[in-house]
Design a binder for this molecule. Structure first.
Ligand code: SF4
Length: 350
């Protein structure tokens, strides 16, 4: 089967050699519950000879998704608790999420918004809802940053993105517009001059946060797409999810962070996996996560260090959860661990 269009059904997964015929029925049940999309670029990246391929694991549905754990929840990071109007999440005083669209070019099997995205998800904001969302931002002068997420905002046409940027551009107190996306990796050709121009607005700084979880996602084409954005004056940061069977390995994690830095993308967030329904096969313990993140400290440059975070269930925001290198030993006295794990008094005792 040629891979020139996005794979969306169990039958297409079987046809593309990504799922065995015997599993088609179970995968069909998963696909009717959670959206499936694997772009041609990603389908080509999957090594069909590797039963543990880290790209396949992120995008090819698995019957394990039908198993729900008691601690899982439909809205794991509590967006709903902070949504004053449709499409806006106002959790922190100086910034809002703006979810103009709930569609993605690919669907991650561990998605924290899997109950909201996809063809059966919350859809795209209507023109009237978009008016209300923009009006909310315009009437809240404390909003310094608008984060377009979703869904993946870069699935919108350059014309629609340009309209949103033009309207945000007229709001003086908004200084930063950030886009969260997978497009440079999964559909790198979409990052063309027209789309890049649409992401910019006079007087605003545009940031693009690229979601990628394995170094193999940073292909030559993906790196070139990122370079087009960066050369146009857009700042790029990364966000990754720590995932069992994908990047829960010190060498893979180090290679991923180096790949970002080589691409001029500053590693930003490394998320502990959220309690999304049917994703327990991706979750590792926080202790395992902390050990992996600590192993990066001595292994790779300071430029390559992400911040390990947990979104506190219930909508309470992000907490930094990396292991602390310093412990209080009394008033004004500390023990600090170096990157080899050796401990030192601070201030020094001699
Ligand atoms: S790109 Fe983001 S919103 Fe879309 S499926 Fe993946 S994690 Fe979910």
């Amino acid at each position: 089967m040629t891979m020139d269009r996005t794979i969306r059904t169990a039958g297409e997964l079987v046809g593309a050699g990504l799922v065995g015929a015997a599993d088609e029925q179970a995968i069909s049940r998963v696909a009717s519950r959670y959206a499936v999309a694997i772009s041609p670029t990603l389908a080509r990246l999957i090594d069909r000879d590797d039963p543990h391929d880290p790209i396949a694991r992120q995008f090819v549905p698995d019957a394990a998704e039908l198993t729900l754990a008691p601690e899982e929840r439909a809205d794991p990071i509590g967006d709903g608790a902070h949504s004053p109007v449709a499409g806006i999440v106002h959790r922190y005083p100086d910034r809002v999420l703006m979810k103009a669209v709930h569609v993605c070019p690919v669907y991650c099997r561990f998605c924290f918004r899997r109950e909201m995205v996809g063809p059966q998800g919350l859809g795209t904001l209507t023109p009237a809802e978009l008016d209300v969302a923009i009006a909310y931002i315009a009437t809240h002068p404390e909003i310094w940053e608008v984060i377009l997420t979703g869904g993946d905002p870069l699935v919108l046409s350059p014309r629609r993105l340009g309209e949103i940027m033009e309207r945000l551009g007229k709001i003086d107190h908004v200084k930063i517009v950030r886009f969260h996306t997978r497009v440079p990796v999964v559909e790198p050709d979409r990052i063309d001059a027209e789309l890049i121009a649409a992401l910019k607005a006079s007087g605003k700084a545009t940031y693009v946060a690229l979601h990628a979880n394995h170094p193999r996602e940073l292909t030559t084409e993906a790196r070139a797409a990122a370079a087009r954005l960066i050369d146009a004056g857009i700042v790029m940061v990364s966000q990754s999810v720590l995932l069992k069977g994908v990047n829960d390995d010190a060498d893979v994690l180090a290679e991923l962070m180096r790949a970002f830095v080589e691409t001029r993308i500053k590693p930003y967030y490394l998320h502990h996996p959220d309690l999304a329904p049917g994703t327990s096969h991706f979750r590792l313990s926080i202790d395992e996560g902390r050990a992996l993140v600590a192993s990066l400290r001595g292994r790779v440059s300071g430029l390559c260090q992400p911040t390990y975070i947990l979104d506190i269930p219930g909508g309470h925001g992000k907490a930094v959860i990396g292991a602390s290198a310093i412990e209080a030993e009394g008033v004004g006295c500390y023990t600090v661990s170096d990157f080899r794990g050796n401990k030192h008094a601070y201030p020094p005792k001699d």
